[in-house]
Design a protein around this ligand. Structure first.
Ligand SMILES: [Fe+2]
Length: 412
């Protein structure tokens, strides 16, 4: 039994529009890429663009058409294995680390398969207005949006590993600058309501809505900037175990971490940052990005002692972040659309949490260990995807997503 968003039927035209828009956006994202660009995989965490395009199509074929289409037939039953990500309830999977070796099917065939599945989903949406189908389509759209963001972050990582440091796009990626004067703002303390409320699509990990308790605290109206991170780096913090969690220090040493992922030094010894626009001089006013939880945590500890206004600083909890974002959205205009913000909260189920039923139950719940929650959204997050209750999550060492931080501190 699936959790349905609402028993109120959605407009068929609205759903068709959302579905077709989201499908088009995926293929728009590869317009400037070659078939070779779409083929390669830079590391196990990242997937080829072709695989992303295929996997989100697999999702509709296996999770929707196979269940609800009359006279269902696979485009190619072998794709059910090739493009299964992590759903054990669906069957076998091609190994994640070997997605870049899938030279067959070709990009051309994947695009043909996408078109076939799109036509069939369009037909199904028109003939089946059940809440089950409508919910599954919304899940498919939101799932594809998540992969659109991953497609961009994975291309960035792939291109960073090319000595030519190619640009994905010559258009400026819109990362608004940190420009407002820094300010600590009173957080929302006491009993606060957390989690998704109301109608509309949301992931199972955002519910149930529940009461949480926040101790008195203040939250920064700003994201930590590259200029502030440069102070951390130039003070030798990457070489100083005082600031690091034990596991973080082991990671820094083992991986020889000395800067955020995409920072590098050019021939003139100036710091640069690689982005989808190519390699560019580091912008001191931009929010720091592509840092791990370990780095965010170390920065907070270091900044307590080294940046006067950050005395007592720490990462916010996800409950502090959400309560603040709900009540004071205007006071921190950089909550969304810049960088995901690490919180100090473990990715745990909310009180009373139950995963969705069926194979979609594997979507979120089984990852609730050894990961930290991030809030907000990034410049690569598709428009309309994130919410104030949205919970992103990554392991403590991951940093190929656009991940940054804002600080909080106890305030009595
Ligand atoms: Fe997926």
């Amino acid at each position: 039994m699936l959790n349905k968003v609402s028993n109120t039927p959605l407009s068929v035209d609205w759903l068709l529009d959302k579905f077709n828009q989201s499908r088009k956006y995926s293929t728009d994202l590869i317009r400037g890429l070659s078939a070779e660009d779409c083929q390669s995989q830079s590391m196990e965490d990242a997937s080829p663009a072709k695989w992303h395009l295929a996997h989100v199509t697999w999702f509709y074929e296996v999770m929707v058409l196979k269940v609800l289409e009359r006279n269902f037939q696979y485009w190619n039953p072998q794709f059910a294995v090739l493009f299964n990500s992590y759903y054990n309830g669906v069957g076998d999977k091609h190994p994640r680390s070997k997605r870049g070796l899938l030279t067959r099917p070709s990009l051309e065939e994947v695009l043909q398969w996408r078109k076939n599945i799109e036509d069939r989903i369009n037909h199904l949406i028109k003939e089946n207005t059940s809440s089950e189908l409508q919910w599954l389509i919304q899940l498919g759209i939101n799932h594809e949006q998540q992969h659109q963001e991953l497609l961009l972050t994975d291309i960035q990582h792939l291109f960073f590993n090319n000595s030519l440091l190619p640009a994905y796009s010559s258009e400026a990626i819109n990362i608004p600058l940190v420009i407002n004067p820094f300010e600590w703002i009173d957080g929302i303390s006491g009993l606060v309501e957390i989690g998704f409320q109301g109608e509309g699509f949301h992931f199972d990990n955002e519910s149930p809505a529940h009461t949480s308790f926040n101790y008195p605290h203040v939250i920064s109206n700003q994201l930590v900037s590259n200029a502030q991170w440069l102070l951390f780096l130039q003070d030798g913090a990457y070489q100083d175990p005082r600031w690091w969690l034990d596991a973080g220090w082991a990671w820094v040493q083992a991986e020889r971490i000395t800067a955020p992922l995409y920072w590098n030094v050019d021939d003139n010894k100036q710091y640069c940052q690689f982005s989808l626009n190519g390699n560019q001089p580091l912008n001191p006013l931009a929010p720091v990005s592509n840092i791990s939880y370990f780095e965010a945590d170390a920065f907070a500890r270091w900044s307590q002692k080294n940046i006067p206004e950050f005395k007592g600083a720490r990462l916010p909890t996800e409950s502090e972040w959400e309560a603040f974002a709900k009540v004071k959205p205007d006071l921190a205009s950089n909550l969304f659309g810049k960088v995901w913000q690490w919180t100090s909260s473990n990715y745990n189920p909310y009180p009373g949490y139950q995963p969705w039923g069926g194979v979609t139950g594997e979507y979120n719940g089984k990852f609730m260990v050894n990961q930290m929650v991030l809030r907000g959204s990034s410049a690569y997050t598709p428009k309309g995807h994130a919410r104030v209750s949205y919970r992103n999550f990554f392991p403590t060492h991951a940093r190929w997503q656009m991940t940054g931080l804002r600080l909080a501190k106890d305030g009595f």
